[in-house]
Ligand binder design. Sequence first.
Ligand code: SF4
Length: 507
Amino acid sequence: MPYEAFTEQNVVVKDASKVEVLFGFCYPSTYRAGMSGLAIHLFYAILNARSDTSCERYFRYDTRSPVNSVETGRPLRDNHVVGFSLTYEEDILGLVQMLEMGGVEILANERTDEDPIVVVGGPVVSANPEPYVDFVDAFVIGEGDLAIHNIIDAVSHSNMRGEVLEEISTVAGIYVPAYSTGTISRLIMPNLDEVFHPTTQVLANTETRSHLEQVFGRVLLVEVSRGCGHSCKFCLVGHICRPRRVRSEAKLRQIIEEGVKLTGVNKIALIASSLGDHDNLEDIVGWIVDNGWGLSTPSLRADKVTQNILHLLKKGGQRTLTIAPETGSERLRKAVGKGLNEQAIYDAVQFAKKAGLQSVKAYFIIGLPDETDADVVAIARMTKRLAKESGLRITTNVNPYIPKAQTRWEREPQPPLPILRKKIKVLVKSMRNIPNASLEVLDPRRARIQAALSLGDQSIGQVIRLAASYGGLGGWRRAEKETGISFFRLANDKERLRGTLPWHFIS
Ligand code: SF4
């Protein structure tokens, strides 16, 4: 499909002949999704701040990439390092496709000194890199803010891939399948106030509501915290980004003032897994709104929502309150470790109504361990009560349970597909005819693929490779059939999860 030409601000273009290291930062999905996350802005700024490095961006969809960079059209293959951030398991298909389209040898063990070094980071591989080892030279396990410099330094010392990979395999938090031995420790930046935050963020000059516009519009992305002080048994962030760390109010103000000046935007999107836990949230939000800037926040813990915060969010232009009750029943909510009282959910929605918000989005999970049909029906009951008591439009978003490596439920498989389908049927039936409410459910076939990848091991590389060449949901089925490797079963095989887990070497 032809791509739409567009311009961007704050783009960095360097003369490739005057730097030592060419880095291609790749996002294996759409431009919009990639540019709405902080990772691309962070590493783009860190890498281009180095006088010896030029970082340019590549996307799977929407731009002239993956073959040529957005900035100058640099061919992907011409980079010394090609880096990916993997946020969603299924994006591995985009990663493999980008390598192939960009002329980079797909298999790590067949790459030569002429091929770029392929480095992958992000939450998916930090939890379990094993399914992806066929395609990746080095993984960054955890937060790569500083480790990225070790990689660039190694590449600038040598153009022999073996030497570079051997050198970086000795860096804490970097896993090089061909060289690493022993335990790999997750990288965590201890003090966020000392961690670089990008303020010259790249923005597309596009029409409002264009498919290229960032999810939150023309905003400055501001990372308030990393990790979460809670530890719900299913939640990846609650486990692999521990401990929770926050930026101080003073630091956040400094980032926002500088960022607004450098980008010219008048809206701030706060990023945090548990934003409501910030001690000074009301002050920060109040200060943003008093400055006349718009505001966008992620989902808030219902028991941290106050009337005042919602008034401020409304003033900042927010129309929807997003919460994550996770389950409809109090019993199951306790079992998952959410520690969220049912009344707090109803209170939060009442606050939203009083503040003048228009709608509520509520996230739930079905297929959790020990869940009964009554728990599933309780999601509909809660939706009905929320809609009735508040008069607000309620969107109930339901995802099938996807077990994640490194969480307390890493040995709790996903229910088989027919059971998930039955639960969805029960849910759809009980949600019928609830006024002012709608239901969104993730296709259970996609949830099964995500679970299989999340719990997978090195045996599934061939399945991934074939699925990438076929594309789509059907591609996975075809790939399983043709390779004879049991892929889907990984999602539900409890027996296999009793033994040593594939990701046991990550601490
Ligand atoms: S689900 Fe939310 S509250 Fe629970 S651990 Fe994850 S981020 Fe924290």
